[in-house]
Design a protein around this ligand. Structure first.
Ligand SMILES: [Zn+2]
Length: 336
């Protein structure tokens, strides 16, 4: 961290800023150095003139997946290019890194760890170890790391209280969603849905018929052209027009087919969600895994406002609806 801060103060450009200039990628650290970058550079043998190949290989020629290979299988070739640092310096740095490895305290495994983001800078919200009173606090990690360079603000909050409230919100959203859905199902007959699918299929058939008609027209025109009845110019003009029409029909069919497949996907997704909700509501203490199934991320504002992003659209909509009702209630209270 000291090296990283020294480089930041000296205004040495970070590698991703350099990449931005050459490759157009974006930096997320405001041009400030991170420990991980320094560690990566210090552990990279390429700066000693050595080139390493075969660190990973493709699972198969068909797959895009790679697997990492053990270090003894790597191919190392020394003195491939001019070294920036000596081998001795590299080895010394390696020893220092190894000596500090494992000295960091492993953080507790909190339920919402990894899901919390800072609304203002987009970085992670870190959950700190309990203080001497046993209180656990969350804080913007970028502020924690780069606050001294005026990056972001603390976003401090009591994690224990937050976790309890979040679980309450999650249960409430799930319960209201399930109840509303039950009511809806009773009110809505599945028949109407089936009718709609039948209509779409009929429409697709009629578009296919139109494509057949247009294709036949093309064939007739081609014969006319061969017999010299129409000029090449006329043929080209009409043929292009017909081909455009066919393209339009094909596009329509594609969209209608999407509509049908979308529906079956949705119902499949819905039953997965129903099972998940049932499991979640039956748990006294939910697991990290099930929370991750539900929630994509949670954003924390500096004024402690919380935005939940669900992995399931129906839950997202239900949460927004509930928020709206709550907001209106408090507004009515104020007005009243
Ligand atoms: Zn932040």
């Amino acid at each position: 961290m000291q090296i990283a801060d020294y480089l930041s103060k000296q205004k040495i450009p970070i590698p991703s800023d350099y990449n931005k200039k050459t490759r157009g990628t974006k930096s997320l650290t405001y041009g400030l150095w991170q420990q991980s970058t320094v560690r990566f550079i210090l552990s990279n043998e390429i700066y000693t003139g050595t080139v390493i190949q075969g660190k990973r290989k493709k699972v198969s020629f068909k797959s895009k997946k790679f697997i990492n290979l053990p270090e003894e299988d790597w191919v190392k070739v020394e003195n491939m290019h001019e070294a920036i640092i000596s081998k001795e310096d590299f080895e010394r740095a390696k020893k220092v890194i190894q000596a500090t490895k494992g000295s960091r305290v492993v953080q507790n495994d909190y339920l919402f760890k990894g899901l919390l983001r800072c609304y203002d800078c987009g970085g992670y919200i870190g959950i700190r170890s309990p203080d001497k009173n046993g209180n656990i606090y969350g804080r913007c990690q970028r502020y924690g790391r780069f606050g001294k360079f005026d990056v972001c603000s603390p976003h401090n909050f009591n994690y224990q209280v937050f976790e309890e409230q979040m679980l309450e919100v999650l249960r409430e959203v799930c319960k209201v969603y399930t109840n509303t859905k039950k009511l809806e199902e009773i009110a809505k007959q599945t028949k109407t849905k089936q009718c709609k699918e039948f209509d779409i299929k009929k429409q697709i058939e009629s578009f296919k018929q139109e494509i057949d008609n247009e294709t036949r027209k093309l064939e007739v025109m081609y014969d006319d052209r061969l017999a010299g009845i129409i000029t090449l110019d006329e043929y080209m003009k009409n043929a292009n027009r017909i081909k455009e029409t066919i393209k339009g029909y094909e596009q329509n069919i594609k969209e209608l087919e999407k509509e049908i497949s979308c529906k079956s996907y949705k119902t499949e997704n819905e039953s997965r969600l129903d099972n998940l909700i049932e499991e979640f509501l039956s748990m006294e203490k939910p697991t990290k895994e099930i929370i991750r199934e539900f929630i994509e991320k949670i954003e924390i504002h500096s004024d402690k406002q919380v935005d939940i992003y669900f992995n399931f659209k129906p839950l997202q909509e239900m949460n927004e609806k509930l928020n709206f009702i709550c907001a209106r209630k408090s507004y009515e209270k104020k007005v009243g």
